[in-house]
Design a protein around this ligand. Structure first.
Ligand code: TRP
Length: 334
C-alpha cells in the first residue's frame, strides 16, 4: 500500500529563524514518518517578488537547502528538490493559465494583502497575479493529497482545488485529486525578541545560523514582563511575559512549573531566567550547527542530494504531464 503524498515549498528569500523551525520545519520533519514527502525550494515563486534582484536567489536557495538538511529533513525519505529544475511545473502552469479565469486570481485575499504590504515593489506583473496558478501546478503535478501550509496560504490552496476541479470537469477525467491543507500546530506561534511575531523584516528574529553568542545576546535582550521592573515584584509569566512564550517551547514541564511559581513569587529574576532559556535554545540548536558544519565540509554532498531529488521529482512530474496532455488533446500528440 503506498503512502499518501505530502508536498510543500518555501520561497528562498532569506535565512530561516526559530519561527520557521517551530512553525513549519518541525511539521515537515514529523510528516516524514507517515507520508511520502516532497519538499522543494520555490525559486520561481521568489522571482515573482524579487525579479529586480534575482542574483540573490541562488545563494538563498543553497542556504535553505542546507538549513532543511541540518534541521533533519532526510533525503532518504523525502524528495528534496528545486522548482526551477523541473520544467514540467512551467508547462503545467502554462496549460492551467488557459483555464483559470482572471477574476479568481484578482479576488484572492492573499494576493490583495501582498499587494498592500509590499507597496515598495511593483507587483502589477503577470507573474505575480499568476503566483497561485504556479503553486497549483507545483502541487498537482505530483498529485499531492496533503499540503502543509500556514493560514495565509489557504486561499491559494482553495484555488488549487478549484483549478483541479475545473480541469477534471472540462476534460472529463479525474486526473487530479483535490489536495487538502495540513495546518501546523497552533503552539507554534513564536514571538520575536520584541514580542511581535518573529520575522526577518522586523529585525527581531533568532536565526538558525546565528552563532551561540548571538543567540545568547538576543535572548538576554528579550522583552519580559514590563510590569515587573524589579525582581522583587511578582511576575505574571503566562499573561505578560514575551520571553515566557519561548520558554514554554524549550522547557520541560516540571521545570516550567517551577519557573512560573518562582516568577510569581518574585524569587526568580528575569535575567537568570533568560540566561537559562538561552542555554536551552543553544543546546537545541547545537545538533543543527554540527550537521551544517558537516555538510559544508562535503561540498558535493548538497549538489548530489539535490540532483537526486530533482531526478526523482522530474520522473513523477513527467508522468503526470503526459497524462495531462493526453487528456487535454484527446490523443497522444507530437
Ligand atoms: N506560496 C508558498 C509560501 O509562500 C510557497 C509555495 C510555492 C508552496 N508553491 C507551493 C507551498 C506549493 C506549498 C505548496 O509559503
Amino acid at each position: 500500500m503506498s503512502r499518501k503524498r505530502v508536498l510543500s515549498g518555501m520561497r528562498p528569500t532569506g535565512p530561516l529563524h526559530l519561527g520557521h523551525l517551530h512553525g513549519v520545519l518541525q511539521n515537515w520533519l514529523d510528516l516524514q514518518e507517515k507520508f511520502d514527502c516532497f519538499y522543494f525550494v520555490a525559486d520561481w515563486h521568489a522571482l515573482t517578488t524579487e525579479y529586480e534582484n534575482p542574483r540573490r536567489i541562488p545563494s538563498f536557495t543553497r542556504e535553505l537547502l542546507l538549513e532543511w538538511l541540518s534541521a533533519g529533513l532526510d533525503p532518504e525519505r523525502s524528495v528534496i528538490f528545486v522548482q526551477s529544475a523541473i520544467k514540467e511545473h512551467a508547462e503545467l502552469y502554462l496549460l492551467f493559465g488557459m483555464i483559470v479565469p482572471v477574476s479568481w486570481l484578482e479576488r484572492n485575499p492573499t494576493y490583495k494583502d501582498m499587494l498592500q504590504n509590499l507597496q515598495s515593489k511593483d507587483l502589477s506583473t503577470y507573474g505575480f497575479l499568476g503566483y497561485p496558478v504556479l503553486q497549483a501546478a507545483d502541487i498537482l503535478i505530483y498529485k499531492a493529497q496533503k499540503v502543509p501550509v500556514g493560514v495565509d496560504q489557504l486561499p491559494h490552496l482553495e484555488l488549487t482545488r478549484e483549478i483541479a476541479r475545473r480541469f477534471n470537469y472540462l476534460y472529463g477525467r479525474e486526473v487530479f485529486p483535490l489536495p487538502e491543507p495540513l495546518l501546523s500546530r497552533e503552539a507554534a506561534k513564536v514571538p520575536g525578541i520584541d514580542g511581535r511575531k518573529m520575522s526577518k523584516s522586523y529585525g527581531n528574529a533568532i536565526f538558525l545560523n546565528d552563532s551561540p553568542e548571538e543567540v545568547r545576546r538576543k535572548i538576554l535582550a528579550m522583552v519580559t514582563d514590563t510590569q515587573r521592573p524589579r525582581k522583587s515584584d511578582p511576575g505574571d509569566p503566562e499573561n505578560r511575559c514575551v520571553a515566557f512564550q519561548l520558554i514554554r517551547l524549550y522547557t520541560p514541564e516540571e521545570r516550567l512549573r517551577e519557573i512560573v511559581e518562582d516568577c510569581r513569587a518574585a524569587r526568580l529574576g528575569c535575567r537568570d531566567c533568560k540566561a537559562e532559556l538561552a542555554e536551552r535554545v543553544v543546546r537545541s540548536l547545537e545538533p543543527l550547527w554540527e550537521r551544517r558544519a558537516e555538510l559544508e565540509k562535503q561540498q558535493d554532498l548538497l549538489e548530489e542530494i539535490v540532483s537526486r531529488g530533482n531526478r526523482r521529482a522530474r520522473e513523477i512530474a513527467a508522468v503526470t504531464l503526459e497524462e495531462v496532455k493526453e487528456t487535454l488533446w484527446g490523443e497522444r500528440y507530437f
